[in-house]
Design a protein around this ligand. Structure first.
Ligand SMILES: Cc1cc2nc3c(=O)[nH]c(=O)nc-3n(C[C@H](O)[C@H](O)[C@H](O)COP(=O)(O)O)c2cc1C
Length: 190
């Protein structure tokens, strides 16, 4: 049914309180078509570093299972993340590595989109390409365009409230979310 609500899990790649990416993630409902309902992912910041010996000996930590269950239950996933050293932030990559080792691998067959923000000129775009590469290994359906890359982030969010203030960025987010809704419905048949 084309008007059925879509449950989209948001995974933010920054743990920082004043994070631009967390601010971008918080802005999503403002620009989304009415059928998209966003839900924050359970925290992944406390996951132990992936070690197969520990996994085999002690099993899967509860917080790892909580994230996996949230991903499995979602119709789609939206990543909103910075770029660290031209790539995926290590903590987020560790969380993805945990997901990849679980039975009923949670990302399998999920529609996934990404947004990024950074104070620099490239806006975290290199993270986006690396994330696409890693998640393609996990059999997601990757949403391509329109892209949301928020460069020069310090000029695009209110300094005090961290509210997004840049109209061009808002327009891009709207276009992306409209297209992502169509993509999710095409992939999921919902
Ligand atoms: C370890 C580390 C590596 C970084 N590497 C990059 C980088 O490769 N490219 C970039 O644009 N910004 C880089 N930055 C700057 C981040 O984009 C900036 O700190 C940004 O505000 C982080 O996102 P957040 O505000 O959501 O926490 C790096 C920051 C850290 C802490």
């Amino acid at each position: 049914m084309a008007d059925e609500n879509l449950d989209v899990l948001v995974i933010c790649g920054s743990l920082r309180k004043g994070s631009y990416n967390a601010a971008l993630a918080r802005s999503l409902p403002r620009f989304a078509p009415p059928a998209i309902k966003f839900r924050d992912a359970p925290p992944w910041g406390g996951f132990p570093l992936y070690n197969a010996d520990v996994h085999n000996a002690s099993g899967v930590p509860a917080d790892v299972n909580a994230l996996a269950d949230a991903i499995r239950a979602a119709d789609a996933i939206m990543f909103v993340s910075p770029e660290y050293n031209w790539s995926i932030p290590g903590g987020l990559k560790n969380a993805i590595d945990w997901m990849s080792r679980l039975k009923e691998q949670p990302f399998n067959g999920k529609p996934v989109a990404v947004q990024s923000a950074a104070p620099g000129l490239l806006g975290g775009s290199r993270m986006q390409y690396h994330l696409r590469q890693s998640l393609t290994a996990l059999d997601v359906f990757w949403f391509g365009r329109p892209e949301v890359i928020v460069n020069l982030a310090a000029k695009k969010f209110d300094e005090k409230t961290l509210e997004l203030t840049d109209q061009t960025t808002m327009d891009m987010i709207k276009l992306q979310l409209e297209a992502f809704e169509k993509f999710i419905r095409k992939v999921s048949g919902k």
